[in-house]
Ligand binder design. Sequence first.
Ligand code: M6R
Length: 366
Amino acid sequence: EKGGFPHFMLKEIFEQPECLKTCMRGRINREANHVTLSAVIDYKERLLHAKRIIIVACGTSWHAGLIGKQLIETFCRIPVDVEYASEFRYRNPVVTSDDVIIAMSQSGETADTLAAVELAKESGAFIYGICNAVGSSIPRSTDTGSYIHVGPEIGVASTKAFTGQVLVLTMLALALAKERKTITDTVYEEVVKELSVIPDKIQEVLKLNEKIANLSRIFTYAHNFIYLGRGYSYPVAMEGALKLKEISYIHAEGYPAAEMKHGPIALVDSDMPVVAIATHNAMYEKVLSNIQEIKARKGRVIALVTKGDETISRIADEVIELPETLECLEPLLATIPLQLLAYHIAVCKNKNVDQPRNLAKSVTVE
Ligand code: M6R
């Protein structure tokens, strides 16, 4: 049942190229360079006139929502709020019938997310579900939605569901932007084209498994980790930290890199591993100087860089090279080594990777 893998988590990490292909099937047309989501066709008018989108979710799904915010705001120019469902539901939030709520949940059974949906419905908002478990409670209580179709996820630590959620949000942002005419044909076609080769690039990243397994042994001593990223990579940093916490029980924080100097840099010394997502994009120079600040305080840097990078590779202690892609699609690649890093550190520490202590796969109580 684990397909020859020692744990479901590793199996699910390795399934990602295939799962994402399934998620794109019938939605991305490679020849025509076009994205179609049936929900966007069926509810076009309602979605096009959204004055605001509110994404409600918990945990890893909330991290996917933060990436979705950036994608939708960039391409569709619609303001997006991302809320923890548990906070949203008890805050008496301002929701109107012009709002669209996106409820993001792998299981479709998370109690807080379901309650947030019920609350938003009372204000007449339109509810769009992005879920994995077909026929679960959240999809049944929404107006429309898109399944991520990545197949059952057994490992408590969410992996393929996260990349599936990010992929669906990317397709949604593109499909809406095209209808709203807030994206140029050139950018639209470029992103769609690149999306269709993302599964192959993930396959390439998975070849780093052994290297990451070796590297993990060096870091089992750590009691704390910091993960840094900027822009699209900031939620990826938070997701990497959550994975490590959940399964290895090492305390980890994900931070926007520039926030370091506002406090957390005080924690950095030679015992502190810092994972920095430092790929070649508009923020490269900024992240480079954030890394220099860490090195000046003797922090041990594990850098995720774009293949061929020389500058950061020279100053980082460990380097993980990723294939080049568009900045907006980087989360789909940068997430993979962070999943593997958390997995291997937990295995080295002999932890129960698939069923970590105190955690349940779906949180059906609040
Ligand atoms: O099923 P959901 O996506 O609604 O679950 C939300 C969180 O409970 C979930 O993502 C949790 O944080 C995972 N264990 C993360 O790996």
